[in-house]
Ligand binder design. Structure first.
Ligand code: SD4
Length: 342
């Protein structure tokens, strides 16, 4: 990450995992001018729920395990977290009260699997992996995805939790469907920005293992109160996630329609192939979205996270407050973007 780029991120936690906000300018003043290259293994994840997800992935990576196993194990943490209403089991439902989950996974050989709009199964990332490993297909959707999961030993589970149902019933009073931007890191609580609600976030994870192989995972319940049948970017290979073991990987969060329109994660990886640093590649992809929607950008959030083969990482989002968690043998950090990109 370049010095300029680093200035836009606040280091919010370090080795002790305490969430400690540093003053922006003070932080900038003691940062080195270039990021020391963390040697593999490394795992990075979107948002602050990436911290516990990284820890689960790290158990595998630090024992010489495969990046694919690490990202699956990591992604399962927020999927199972009943306090997390944007990923997995406790995800907010769609407009009609159905919780539908999207996920994809990609390995170092370019193999990939995905499920979209899948109901009643609580670990979509593991189903996505099975699609990759046990079928000749890449993407299963809806009832077919649920059927495939059950045939492979997954239990049918009621996903709608009482809290999610309550939030949905509250939403039904007005039933206005308007995606809102993500500005939810603890340092940037939405209460400081009237009108914001926590209604969508995805975990995207990228890991490089000790053998130098990269894999990625992406899992979400998508936009809260979306139209029934809506699928976002998260299960779409090239949009929500892309891995090229020769170059690196990228993943995205935010308004999925914009990411799909710009084939965002593939774009970030291709920019890295051309020599961009991970952060510069994320920034260029964000800029492309901004350039196409200059009038709408204030209400839009899209963020990208990238890791290259050297273990260098970076991120960039349209709005401030985007955060990502980094875990290596040397450190566990949460970096928070402190400025908007427009
Ligand atoms: C989607 N990209 O379904 C996901 C949601 C998300 O932060 O990441 N929100 O469009």
């Amino acid at each position: 990450m370049s010095f300029l780029g680093r200035r836009k991120f606040i280091k919010a936690s370090s080795l002790g995992m305490s969430l400690l906000a540093f003053d922006r300018s003070a932080f900038a003043s003691f940062l080195p001018t270039s990021q020391p290259v963390p040697s593999a293994p490394i795992v990075i994840s979107t948002w602050d729920f990436g911290i516990p997800a990284n820890q689960a992935a790290w158990k595998i990576l630090s024992n010489g395990g495969r990046a694919l196993d690490a990202v699956e194990a990591g992604a399962r943490i927020p999927e199972a977290d009943l306090n997390n209403h944007s990923v997995g089991r406790a995800g907010y439902p769609d407009r009609d009260g159905y919780v539908t989950l999207d996920a994809c996974i990609m390995d170092e050989q370019g193999n990939c699997g995905a499920v979209a709009a899948m109901e009643n199964i609580d670990h979509p990332i593991s189903v996505a992996r099975l699609v990759m490993e046990k079928t000749p297909h890449v993407l299963l959707v809806g009832a077919g995805a649920t059927q495939f999961a059950i045939e492979n030993g997954f239990k049918k589970t009621k996903l709608l939790t009482p809290e999610s149902e309550k939030a949905w019933r509250e939403w039904l009073k007005e039933a206005k469907y308007k995606p809102t931007i993500n500005v939810e890191n603890k340092l940037y609580r939405p209460d400081k920005l009237p009108g914001n609600k926590f209604n969508h976030d995805t975990i995207g994870m990228l890991a490089l293992d000790a053998k130098g192989n990269m894999s990625g995972a992406c899992t979400t319940s998508g936009m809260a109160f979306k139209l029934h049948g809506r699928v976002g970017d998260s299960p779409i290979i090239g949009a929500g996630l892309y891995i090229d073991n020769e170059v690196g990987g990228a993943t995205s969060t935010g308004v999925g329609e914009e990411v799909i329109r710009n084939v965002g994660s593939f774009l970030v990886v291709e920019l890295m192939r051309q020599g961009y640093t991970p952060e510069a590649a994320c920034k260029a992809a964000v800029q492309r979205i901004i350039n196409k929607k200059p009038d709408k950008v204030k209400d839009l959030q899209v963020g990208f996270l990238a890791l290259n083969k050297k273990g260098e990482y970076g991120a960039y989002a349209i709005q401030q407050g985007f955060s990502f968690a980094v875990c290596t043998a040397q450190k566990q950090d949460l970096l928070v973007q402190s400025k908007s990109s427009f």
